[in-house]
Design a binder for this molecule. Structure first.
Ligand SMILES: [Zn+2]
Length: 510
């Protein structure tokens, strides 16, 4: 008994002793580490590729794993997450979803900081404000502002009834177990791409330099979060060579490049991968080192249970909605074969195997039509589709859907809209059309025969094209005297003309 008590005392003594020596030995070693989990361009909350790739529930797990390693871990979103999405066409209780599913998923995944990508301004001002107010994370914006009656004001979040403006720069204080502290500065710039009337931009490079100079002397390091084209990030790294890192977005395919001492990182879209960027700051010599690693969000990363609940909730909402439109989201359409190219840069400037599939599906759904025409802007996936390709993949590829309409039109109008389609290169008004259509020196041919101005042709179009809403194609409406007949629309979901996506699924399943 006595012996036990004594040994306890000894243990107690030694543990106090060793504990105090530990504190003394490690007190403020001048070294502090922080980690960023970086995501960018995420439009899908659930995993893709039959559940094996991406998903916000895997991002949530990665954040938790990194937090265990280092409490100074931050999950950062480098823009593009509220649109485009198949969810944006859905309504819940009469209100369009417009990115709400993504904000909920980002909240539960533990997002710390977000910035605008160009796609955040696809939704309207009120919808964006609602999404911002729903977000539980912080925002930053160095060059993108709210146009309020032609005056430039910061965007803001309404939290507990008060307006919290988005800062142009942020500084956060971090500390570690041995008492080392550091100030981390942030700047964030967005490319001035989406000209929504309620947004104003200043020049991204100038704004970044200005923001950097404002905080550089008050911070141990400055981190840039950007949403712009890679060449602009390279210039930014050249102009601000002391940046600790540039975490960017916009490209969708992974980017990893070092310019001078500055790493530029962009993960794959849809959280197929994340970057884990570790920065070690040495306060004694005012130095830092940045280490970047790409982590694939594949089956080796578990799905976080809390995030999965949110994802499942939205999946159920969307599946119910899809079922009412005749879709079985999980069903496989294309089991194997080539990767389909839906990258926006390609789809809006040339034909790809995906655009050819869309046009062929329209032709199959409308066997009496002479030709089929689709606006490339109806393809919104901006990604490659790897088989197996599910009905959900087809839905997210063409989130707007819409019926296929058939019209009789004069050859003069047909030639005209096809020529306008060519000049619309780079925009959603760039037209994809039947392979039997060719052109030479401004003249159009069907299977080698010239299109005659006064001859009537039966043309299959997306219903959106016939609204005249596509750029430079305002003339394409049923009011145009060159349109002689509009065939009755198919509305029953058993008819593939009722929705272009049903037409694709039917054609591709064969
Ligand atoms: Zn973008």
């Amino acid at each position: 008994m006595r012996y036990i008590k004594f040994s306890c005392l000894i243990i107690l003594f030694f543990s106090i002793y060793s504990c105090s020596t530990k504190i003394n030995k490690n007190a403020d070693d001048g070294i502090i580490k922080l980690s960023f989990i970086q995501i960018n361009d995420v439009y899908e909350i659930q995993p893709l590729e039959m559940g094996h790739a991406g998903g916000m529930a895997r991002v949530a797990t990665q954040k938790k794993l990194s937090l265990k390693e280092n409490p100074n871990t931050f999950l950062v979103m480098a823009g593009d997450f509220l649109s485009p999405s198949i969810y944006n066409s859905l309504k819940v209780n009469g209100v369009r979803v417009r990115g709400r599913q993504m904000v909920e998923a980002m909240n539960v995944a533990g997002t710390d900081l977000a910035m605008f990508g160009n796609h955040e301004f696809d939704i309207n001002e009120n919808e964006l404000q609602s999404r911002i107010n729903e977000s539980k994370f912080d925002w930053i914006s160095s060059n993108t502002f709210h146009n309020v009656n032609n005056s430039s004001e910061p965007f803001y979040k309404i939290e507990n009834g008060s307006k919290i403006p988005f800062p142009e720069t942020r500084i956060i204080n971090i500390s570690d177990a041995d008492g080392t502290t550091a100030k981390i500065g942030f700047i964030a710039v967005t490319l001035p791409f989406n000209k929504a009337s309620y947004v104003v931009y200043t020049d991204p490079l100038e704004a970044a330099i200005k923001a950097y100079n404002t905080i550089k002397d008050s911070c141990d390091i400055v981190v840039a979060i950007t949403h712009q084209a890679m060449p602009d990030d390279v210039i930014l790294a050249e102009r601000l060579p002391q940046l600790a890192i540039i975490m960017g977005g916009h490209e969708h395919d992974m980017r990893h490049q070092k310019v001078g001492n500055v790493w530029i990182t962009k993960a794959h879209a849809n959280a197929i991968s994340v970057f884990k960027n570790d920065i070690v700051i040495n306060k004694k010599n005012k130095n830092f080192t940045t280490t970047t690693s790409l982590i694939y969000m594949n089956d080796s990363v578990a799905l976080d249970s809390a995030a999965s609940v949110v994802v499942k909730k939205w999946e159920d909402i969307s599946n119910k909605n899809f079922a009412s439109l005749g879709f079985d989201a999980k069903k496989i359409v294309i089991n194997n074969g080539e990767t389909l190219d839906g990258k926006e840069a390609h789809v809006r400037s040339q034909s790809t195997n995906l655009t050819r599939l869309v046009v062929k599906s329209m032709e199959a759904a409308c066997p009496e039509a002479d030709v089929a025409i689709v606006n490339s802007g109806s393809i919104r996936v901006d990604d490659e589709l790897h088989p197996p390709i599910s009905q959900y993949d087809i839905l997210r590829t063409m989130p707007f859907g819409g019926a296929i309409v058939e019209v009789d039109m004069e050859g003069s109008l047909l030639s005209k809209i096809l020529s306008i389609g060519l000049t619309n290169i780079g925009t959603g008004g760039f037209l994809q059309y039947s392979e039997k259509l060719t052109h030479n020196e401004g003249k159009w041919f069907i299977s080698g025969k010239p299109i005659e101005d006064s001859k009537i042709y039966r043309v299959a179009l997306t219903d959106f094209l016939l609204t005249g809403g596509e750029s430079n194609l305002e003339l394409l409406t049923d009011k145009n005297p060159s349109i002689k007949k509009v065939y009755p629309l198919a509305t029953e979901i058993s008819n593939p003309r009722s929705d272009i996506r049903l037409a694709i699924i039917k054609y591709a399943s064969k």
